[in-house]
Design a protein around this ligand. Structure first.
Ligand code: BTN
Length: 263
């Protein structure tokens, strides 16, 4: 069981207030409900289990009780809507830093924002925006799901070949210690955003295992084979096509040959 009093800290903006629930539909959804009433910057919500954990692209996120860390934070960054799309990529860097510090594992990023451990998905990130009536940014909800204690059998036949957990790598870290490390890194991110872009971009590029690999970009029913060449300044994926031209992909499904992470 995660304990709010142990996770909250008056020294941080992110996680100054923490809500820990036994079970919720989705911690992102709980953050959104609370945002409507109170608009608290830095509120963190975590849960032992989620009944309707959400992934990107309308997928479900498996959220077995007591097995993963399901954490969402509500932020109200001082940045225009146009700059806020980068916050998911920044979060991928922050999560890698937290995982390395708390769990001692080397985490990689699969573009755009899956966190992999030895080629399998360890963590997913789902960012959702709240936009006010005037079209300006009201809040950002960053949801992070880390696979902590799942066994291969618990993942089930669909996920087991492509997902991994810290426990499967011999890491026995408690979810509370991991949550604390992530809140600290997210607090640093909040203070840096969007000023320290160059540092986050450089680290993102260093950690991005998509670069240099053959990829298939799926847009609707069209599949394009290409080579991943670079990450541009807006965290888009620059791909080289067989005819020698370059394109930048900012969204869409990208599968990477040799990497198994899902989502
Ligand atoms: C993905 O990989 O597709 C994103 C997964 C994001 C899962 C986390 S778990 C905490 C938060 N609550 C949700 O419903 N989703 C995010």
């Amino acid at each position: 069981m995660l304990i709010a009093e142990r996770l909250a800290s008056p020294h941080r903006v992110v996680g100054r207030e923490v809500v820990c629930l036994t079970q919720v539909d989705s911690t992102n959804e709980e953050c959104r409900r609370r945002a409507a009433g109170e608009r608290q910057n830095g509120l963190a919500v975590c849960a032992d289990g989620q009944t309707r954990g959400r992934g990107r692209r309308g997928r479900d996120f498996q959220s077995l009780p007591g097995r993963g860390l399901y954490l969402s934070v509500l932020l109200r960054p001082n940045a225009p809507l146009s700059e806020v799309s980068a916050i998911t990529a920044w979060t991928a860097v922050a999560v890698c830093r937290g995982l390395e510090r708390a769990a001692g594992v080397r985490a990689d990023i699969k573009w755009p924002n899956d966190i992999l451990l030895e080629g399998k998905k360890l963590c997913g990130i789902l960012t959702e925006l709240g936009v006010g009536e005037s079209g300006t940014l009201d809040y950002v909800i960053i949801g992070i799901g880390v696979n902590v204690r799942q066994s291969e059998a618990e993942f089930g036949p669909e996920l087991a070949p492509i997902a991994t957990s810290l426990a499967q790598h011999g890491v026995t870290l408690g979810r509370g210690a991991l949550a604390e490390a992530l809140l600290e890194e997210l607090d640093a991110l909040y203070r840096d955003f969007p000023r320290e872009s160059a540092a986050y971009l450089a680290e993102y590029r260093r950690r991005c295992v998509t670069l240099g690999r053959e990829v298939t970009v799926l847009r609707g029913s069209a599949a394009t084979r290409a080579t991943a060449l670079d990450i541009d300044d807006g965290f888009g994926l620059v791909i080289g096509l067989p005819d020698g031209t370059r394109q930048t992909v900012t969204s869409g499904e990208v599968s990477v040959r040799g990497l198994l992470g899902y989502g």
